[in-house]
Design a binder for this molecule. Structure first.
Ligand code: MRU
Length: 368
C-alpha cells in the first residue's frame, strides 16, 4: 500500500539480490526507516524485537531468514541451525512455524549447491502468495461491509472497530482485518474505523498511520472505549486479525481482543476474524488450553514511545519506579463469540465442521 503516494511492501530484497530490507516498525508512525537484514541472525532479531510484526509478516521474514542462512552456509547442519534459531523468536503466531516448515522441507530436498537460490525464490513465492491471500480476504470481507452499508441512511458511515494492527504493515501488503476496509473505501463505501490504541505496544498507531495514508476516516480510541461505543450503537461490526486459529475456530490475537468479542456479543454487534489459511493450526483444538501466550518484557508496559516537544522520539516511563509489570501479548477468543471467519476462500463459521470443509486439503501437513 502507499505511504506519501509511494507504494511499499513491508519486506523486499535489495538490488544486490540478497540483502533483505524491511520497514522498521518500531520507528513508525513517527519515522520511516528501512533496515537492512544481512544475516539469518539479524532476521531473527528483527522478528524477536518486533522490527517486523504481525503473524503473516513474521512468517515471510522467517522464510527470508532461511534464505540469508543458506547464503551463509548451505549445509544440512546450518539449515537445521537456522530453523532452530528462527523458530524460537516468537511463540504464538503459527505462521512462523508454517513458513519455516515449508522452507525446511523444500531446502532439505534441494541439492546443496542450489539451496541459496531456491531459498530466495521460495521466500519471494511465500511473500507474493501472502499478498494474494490478503487481497482475496479483502474481496470476501467487502461483501459483509456492502450488506451493512445497504441498510444505512444515505451519507451514514459503516462504523468498524478493529484491534491491534492487522493492516498491510502486519502482512506483506493489504493486511487481513483491514483489507476489506481498503476494498470498501476503494468501492466508494463510506467507512469509518474505530482504532483501538492497543497498549502496551500501541499497534493501533500503526493502524491509524496506514488508514491516514490512504485517506480512510478513522478515530483512535483507548482500549477500554469499545464496549461503551457498542452499547450506544456506534459500532456496526468488529473485524480483527489472528495469530493462530484452532481446528474448532478459536482465535488467538493481540491481548484485549477477547474483551472486545465479549462486548460485541452482549450488544449484538457482528464480530468477524480475518485470516489467511497459514494462520490455521489444525494440530490445536482448544485455544485457551493449548496456545502458548507470549509474555514480553515489563518495560514495554511501564514505558511508552512518543514525540517530545523538540520533535525527538522518546521512550518515556509512565509507571512508578520499580512497579512489577505483567505483559501478556495475546489472548484467546473462543469460537462461540465469533460471527464468522473471513478467509481467502470465503467466509465460514468459526466451527470445526466449517473449517474442515473449507480447508480439507490443508488438514494433513505435507511430510518431509
Ligand atoms: O505482537 P504483534 O504486533 O506481532 O501482534 C500482531 C497481531 O496480533 C495481529 O492482530 C495479528 O498478527 C493478525 S494480523 C495480520
Amino acid at each position: 500500500m502507499n505511504i506519501n503516494g509511494k507504494h511499499y511492501r513491508t519486506v523486499w530484497v535489495a538490488e544486490n539480490g540478497y540483502t533483505v530490507e524491511i520497514l522498521d516498525q518500531t520507528k513508525l508512525p513517527f519515522e520511516l526507516e528501512v533496515i537492512q537484514l544481512t544475516s539469518m541472525k539479524l532476521a531473527a532479531t528483527a522478528i524477536r524485537e518486533m522490527w517486523v510484526r504481525g503473524a503473516p509478516l513474521i512468517g515471510v521474514v522467517a522464510a527470508y531468514g532461511m534464505a540469508l542462512g543458506m547464503k551463509e552456509d548451505q549445509s544440512d547442519e546450518h539449515l537445521q541451525a537456522c530453523y532452530n534459531v528462527l523458530i524460537e523468536t516468537r511463540p504464538t503466531a503459527i505462521n512462523l512455524k508454517w513458513a519455516l516448515d515449508r522452507t525446511f522441507r523444500v531446502i532439505k530436498k534441494t541439492p546443496i549447491e542450489q539451496r541459496q537460490s531456491i531459498a530466495y525464490l521460495l521466500a519471494a513465492e511465500i511473500a507474493d502468495e501472502d499478498v494474494k491471500l490478503c487481497e482475496s480476504i479483502g474481496e470476501h470481507g467487502l461483501e459483509i461491509i456492502k450488506q451493512i452499508a445497504a441498510k444505512k441512511a444515505v451519507g451514514e458511515p459503516v462504523n468498524i472497530l478493529t484491534h491491534c494492527n492487522a493492516g498491510w504493515l502486519a502482512t506483506v501488503d493489504w493486511g487481513t482485518a483491514i483489507s476489506p476496509i481498503y476494498k470498501a473505501h476503494e468501492a466508494g463505501i463510506n467507512v469509518h474505523v474505530w482504532v483501538d490504541e492497543t497498549r502496551p505496544r500501541n499497534q493501533g498507531l500503526l493502524t491509524s498511520f496506514e488508514l491516514g495514508s490512504h485517506g480512510v476516516p478513522h478515530t483512535l480510541i483507548a482500549d477500554n472505549v469499545g464496549g461503551h461505543l457498542m452499547q450506544h450503537g456506534e459500532v456496526d461490526l468488529c473485524i480483527v486479525g489472528t495469530d493462530r486459529t484452532t481446528a474448532k475456530g478459536d482465535v488467538c490475537n493481540k491481548i484485549g481482543t477477547y474483551l472486545k468479542a465479549l462486548a460485541a456479543k452482549d450488544n449484538n454487534v457482528p464480530f468477524y476474524v480475518a485470516l489467511p489459511s497459514p494462520t490455521i493450526d489444525f494440530t490445536v483444538y482448544d485455544g485457551v488450553k493449548e496456545i502458548p501466550i507470549e509474555q514480553r518484557s515489563g518495560e514495554e508496559q511501564s514505558h511508552v514511545f512518543g514525540i517530545d516537544p523538540d520533535g525527538k522520539r522518546s521512550w518515556v516511563n509512565t509507571a512508578p519506579k520499580g512497579t512489577k509489570c505483567g505483559n501478556y501479548a495475546f489472548d484467546v477468543t473462543p469460537s462461540k463469540y465469533i460471527t464468522g471467519l473471513i478467509t481467502e476462500r470465503g467466509i465460514c463459521d468459526a466451527t470445526e465442521e466449517a473449517l474442515s470443509a473449507m480447508f480439507a486439503d490443508l488438514k494433513e501437513p505435507e511430510m518431509a
